[in-house]
Design a protein around this ligand. Structure first.
Ligand SMILES: Cc1ncc(COP(=O)(O)O)c(C=O)c1O
Length: 391
């Protein structure tokens, strides 16, 4: 996507809402404004739209509509999954052991840390390899009778690495332990079939797959007890109170349908462009290294470190040159601390602050990649020269 002279290469942070999605949402901001909980015909129409969206999403997740809860975002889905499941497990089984990867989004890791700090939970981090992948064997080794839950991110937002979710899920299922995955980055790129993935809970956020911001979903497998985190009305099967945001939910269903329907062609196109980008960067910039897995990674995702470069200064220089990129997750922009994800891969703190994330999407064209490849080497060269002068 080009806006004026700017080229958007930050689709992992968020994506524009597809025009087809906008069109579907519009009536629900206007005449179809009813509250789905109301008895009258306005309410019935809203409820019909809400349940149609739930059914369509359930179809892509290969689950029943009753297993889908609507939330306000991916973060809320993660919070509800981790906190809701942890408290339910503590109450019913005195299970207080939380096992998560060290490369989780903060929506998972900060929630688990809070549970360990303020309640009777013990938090253990799984090891990852140098690409940020979790091994199912390492999960098996760490499971205990008192393990309340395992949570492993499906596709990492900072480094694009895809985890072997189905295999980890199998290990958890054999041991009778609940398994959650944060699939927020996966929506437009990977199959979300919850049966094949062997997950009990799975988080999604619409704005990562060309849907609106402010709406998410949580898959909760039938028979999985969670304690609601937002109490009030009996919406969402009594597990998430609050009048549902019908326009955004309708948009989310449409966006997921389009993204999953067009997934194969999108992955093919994006993989080609992404490979061209990675090859070009590594060939032209000395001291550049790819972070994350070279093969098991999101098709739209490229991430690097450049020795001797400050990641934030690099982002600003790229912005001035007309390229919108990121140094990690959007939530971390402006944070001078080295990325915890990159540290977990074993990178030295200095190198971990030199990161750049370039993520492509539906409106990325080859000319954008070529233009980026022409610009980046010179910017890195200048940054390194400046760093030497300052020292
Ligand atoms: C992996 C992952 N999980 C959770 C989130 C949070 O999603 P939201 O922005 O919808 O709250 C993000 C957003 O960057 C993400 O990348």
């Amino acid at each position: 996507m080009k806006s004026g002279n700017l080229i958007y290469l930050d689709y992992a942070a968020t994506a524009p809402v597809d025009a087809r999605v906008q069109a579907k949402m519009l009536p629900f901001f206007g005449l179809d404004f009813g509250n789905p909980s109301s008895v009258h015909q306005f309410g019935q129409a809203a409820e019909a739209a809400l349940e149609d969206a739930r059914e369509r999403i359930a179809g892509w997740l290969n689950c029943t509509p009753e297993e889908i809860l609507f939330t306000s975002c991916g973060s809320e889905s993660d919070n509800l999954a981790i906190r809701g499941l942890a408290f339910a497990q503590l109450r019913s089984a005195q299970a207080n052991h939380l096992l998560i990867s060290p490369v989780e989004h903060h929506a998972v890791s900060r929630t688990a840390e809070q549970l360990a700090r303020n309640y009777d939970f013990e938090l253990e981090y799984l090891p990852v390899d140098r690409f940020g992948r979790v091994s199912p064997d390492e999960v098996r080794r760490r499971l205990r009778p008192e393990t309340a839950l395992v949570s492993v991110i499906f596709a990492n937002n900072e480094i694009g690495t895809i985890n072997p979710i189905s295999e980890i899920g199998e290990v958890c299922r054999e041991a009778g332990v609940y398994f959650h995955t944060d699939a927020v980055q996966a929506g437009a790129h990977l199959s979300l079939d919850t049966r094949e993935l062997n997950v009990d809970l799975m988080s999604l956020g619409a704005h990562k797959f060309y849907g609106p911001k402010g709406v998410g979903a949580l898959f909760v497998r039938k028979g999985t007890a969670i304690i609601p985190q937002q109490t009030g009305g009996s919406q969402e099967y009594g597990l998430r109170a609050g009048t549902q945001n019908v326009p955004l939910i309708v948009g989310m269903a449409e966006a997921l349908e389009i993204a999953q329907h067009e997934r194969a062609q999108a992955v093919e196109k994006l993989t080609e462009l992404r490979n061209q980008l990675v090859k070009g960067v590594l060939a032209t910039i000395p001291g550049a290294a790819l972070t994350g897995h070279p093969e098991f990674r999101l098709s739209n995702h490229a991430s690097f470190v450049f020795s001797g470069v400050d990641g934030n200064a690099l982002l600003m220089a790229l912005d001035l040159a007309g390229f919108a990129c990121s140094s990690g997750s959007a939530c971390k922009t402006g944070n001078p601390e080295p990325s915890e994800v990159l540290l977990a891969l074993g990178l030295e703190p200095d190198l971990a602050t030199s990161s750049l994330r370039v993520t492509l999407g539906r409106w990325t064209e080859q000319e954008h990649i070529l233009s980026f490849l022409q610009t980046l080497p010179e910017i890195i060269h200048r940054q390194r020269q400046n760093a030497v002068v300052i020292q």
